[in-house]
Design a protein around this ligand. Structure first.
Ligand code: SAH
Length: 408
C-alpha cells in the first residue's frame, strides 16, 4: 500500500479524528515496489503516517487540496468487515432515533463524514436505496457498499447508483457512474416514474432517475414538520418548492391556501402529482412554474400578500469565491419576501450553501430585514436533521441553516 508521511505536527488534527489530510501537510509519498503508476492513483487506499512513523489511519487518495479522506483511524489497513460494520452502525443509529417507521420509509442512511464514510451518501426510499459517490474511492467500492446496504437493511431489495453529478468531473473512473447495482425485486427504471415512499405519513413520488440529488430533499423533513405546526388558516407561499414537500405539510396543517413556485416545470408537475395523491379533490393549492425573483416582484407589485412564506433556494454559493454574490442574492430575495408578509406573519428562510456559514447567512437576512424597515424577530434557528449528523471534529459538515422569523 502507498504510504503518506506527514510533516512534523501535521498529525494533530487527525489524532482529533478530523478525516482530511491536506496536500500541504504531506512530507513524503512512498509507493509500493509494484505500484503500476509513478504516483498514487485517485481513489486508491493509502496508509497515513506521522513524521515519526506512527500509523494514523487509512483513507482514499484524492487529487486536489484534500489529498486523503480517512476512513479508519489508528489502523494500517481496512478491517475485513469494514463496510458491513460501518453501514450497520449507521443503520442502528437511525433505528435508535426512531426514523424507521411504517409511516416514514424515507431517511438518509449514510451522510458522508457524519457517518465516518467521507464521500458517500446513501438515501433510503422504502425498498430502494440510492447510492451517491462524491469521491473516486467510494466509486471503487460501490458494489461492496450496495451489498452491505442490502444485507443490513432488510426492507431494501434494490440499489440504484447515481454519481453522474457528484464524482469529480474529470476523474478517470472505471465502470458506469449511474445505473442499478442490485436489482433483486421488480423495481425497474420504468417504475421510477411510479415509485412512492412515505415521509411522516405523507406519500411522495420519488424519481431517482430524473430527479435532483437522489430524488428527494430528505434534509428538510423536520423543518417541514415545523411548517405544519404554523400553517393553520394561513395563506402560504412555498418558494423553490421542488417536489412540494413543504406544501404537503402546510396543507395537512390546514393552511387556507398554498401556492407552490419553482422555475422547473418538471418540479411543478411533481408537486401537483403529490398534492393530488395526498389530498384528492384539493382546491386550495396552486402550483406555478416561474422564476423566483420575477414571481415575487410581479406579485408584490400587484399587492399580493402572504401569512407564511418558505424560501428554500438552491445553493447560491457552490464555492468560496462565490460567497459574496451569494450573500447579495440571499439579501435580495429575503427582502422581497419580508416585504410580502402580512403583519404578524412568518418567514421560513434557508441556505444550503456549505460555503456560507450561519453567521454570514444571518447577517444577510438581517440586512434584508433592515432594508424593509419591518420589525423582525427570530423564533427558531433551524439546521439539518438527525439523519444528516455532523461529526463534531469536522464542523465543515454543517451545511443547512434556516431561520424562522416573526415579521410585524
Ligand atoms: N424546498 C424543496 C427543495 C428546493 S431545491 C424541498 O423541500 O424539496 C431548489 C429548487 O429551486 C429546485 O427545485 C430548482 O428547480 C429551484 N430553482 C432554482 N432556481 C430557481 C429560480 N430562479 N426560481 C425558482 N426556482 C428555482
Amino acid at each position: 500500500m502507498t504510504t503518506i508521511q506527514l510533516k512534523p505536527r501535521k498529525e494533530e488534527s487527525i489524532l482529533r479524528f478530523h478525516p482530511w489530510v491536506f496536500s500541504g501537510a504531506i512530507a513524503r509519498v512512498t509507493l509500493d515496489a509494484d505500484h503500476p503508476e509513478p504516483a498514487p492513483v485517485e481513489g486508491e487506499l493509502v496508509r497515513v503516517m506521522s513524521s515519526e512513523h506512527k500509523v494514523l489511519g487509512v483513507g482514499h487518495w484524492q487529487v486536489g487540496s484534500i489529498a486523503v479522506r480517512l476512513l479508519a483511524f489508528g489502523v494500517g489497513e481496512l478491517p475485513e468487515l469494514f463496510w458491513q460494520e460501518r453501514i450497520a452502525a449507521a443503520y442502528r443509529m437511525r433505528q435508535r432515533l426512531g426514523l424507521l417507521r411504517e409511516d416514514n420509509t424515507i431517511y438518509r442512511l449514510i451522510h458522508g463524514e457524519g457517518d465516518s464514510l467521507p464521500g458517500l451518501v446513501v438515501d433510503i426510499y422504502g425498498a430502494t436505496a440510492v447510492v451517491q459517490a462524491h469521491s473516486v474511492g467510494m466509486h471503487v467500492y460501490r458494489r461492496q457498499i450496495a451489498q452491505a446496504v442490502v444485507d443490513t437493511v432488510s426492507e431494501v431489495t434494490a440499489v440504484y447508483y447515481k454519481s453522474d453529478d457528484t464524482l469529480p468531473f474529470k476523474a478517470p473512473v472505471e465502470g458506469d457512474r449511474t445505473g442499478w447495482l442490485i436489482q433483486q425485486s421488480a423495481v425497474s427504471n420504468q417504475q421510477s416514474e411510479e415509485y412512492w415512499a412515505t415521509e411522516n405519513g405523507l406519500e411522495v413520488r420519488i424519481d431517482w432517475l430524473r430527479g435532483q440529488k437522489t430524488g428527494f430533499f430528505i434534509d428538510q423533513r423536520e423543518n417541514r414538520a415545523l411548517v405544519e405546526r404554523y400553517a393553520r388558516g394561513k395563506d402560504v407561499l412555498n418558494m423553490f418548492c421542488y417536489t412540494g414537500g413543504f406544501s404537503l405539510y402546510a396543507l395537512r396543517g390546514e393552511a387556507r391556501t398554498v401556492d407552490s413556485v419553482d422555475v422547473s416545470q418538471k418540479a411543478i408537475d411533481l408537486v401537483n402529482t403529490n398534492v393530488a395523491r395526498n389530498f384528492p379533490g384539493c382546491t386550495n393549492h396552486r402550483a406555478v412554474a416561474a422564476d423566483a425573483f420575477d414571481y415575487l416582484s410581479a406579485q408584490c407589485a400587484e399587492g399580493r400578500r402572504y401569512d407564511l412564506i418558505i424560501l428554500d433556494p438552491p445553493a447560491f454559493a457552490k464555492h468560496r469565491d462565490a460567497v459574496k454574490n451569494a450573500l447579495r442574492g440571499y439579501q435580495r430575495i429575503n427582502a422581497k419576501a419580508i416585504e410580502m408578509i402580512r403583519p404578524g406573519g412568518i418567514l421560513f428562510t434557508f441556505s444550503c450553501s456549505q460555503a456560507v456559514d450561519k453567521e454570514a447567512f444571518r447577517l444577510a437576512v438581517f440586512s434584508a430585514a433592515a432594508q424593509t424597515g419591518r420589525k423582525v424577530r427570530i423564533l427558531h434557528q433551524l439546521h439539518q436533521p438527525q439523519d444528516h449528523p455532523i461529526n463534531i471534529y469536522h464542523p465543515e459538515g454543517e451545511y443547512l441553516k434556516g431561520l424562522v422569523l416573526y415579521v410585524e
